[in-house]
Design a protein around this ligand. Sequence first.
Ligand code: GLN
Length: 197
Amino acid sequence: MKIGVLGLQGAVDEHIKQITALGLHGITIKHPEQLEQIDGLILPGGESTTISRLINRYGFAAPIKEFSKRKKPIFGTCAGMVLLAKELSASADSHLGLMDICVKRNAFGRQRDSFEAKLDVKGLADPFSAVFIRAPYVESAEAHVEVLATYNEHIVAARQEHLLVSSFHPELTGDTRFLELFVQMVTEYQESELIIS
Ligand code: GLN
């Protein structure tokens, strides 16, 4: 299994390290053609406006949308969540617009620029220590979006079919369980491909 991390800006190496720690092959994606080589894609945290600008500059928008159309799993962490949202709170713009969620950027305010919280995550037996850095949250989600975790009643992790998002940075801890949830989605995708072909 090969998992790609969009390598334009942000916490790219940290994701690659975690993928490698699971014994999987992590590839830093710098060119759109590389999307062909991977089974799942991670959009890392960083600065969503910058990453979005680079996505457009290097011709990634259409190939990522095509990747998603083929139901290949995509995991957006933090800024990656902002990029995947169909709608952004208090803004007329969205970026890739693939997931039926409305996301509020920098949603926890200045006082709480960065913090750690123990979260109950659907699918994980024990609480997960989540690192939030100028994090967004999901302000509203359509009914078919599955909520995986909340913090102070705000949605901070969710899944819609082949799309997974987290407000926090699972790659910044030694705990690989959240990434394993994504790996499970990629395995499911690979199995469904085997049945079709
Ligand atoms: N606040 C950033 C943004 O909206 C995201 C921060 C992060 O990825 N840690 O781009």
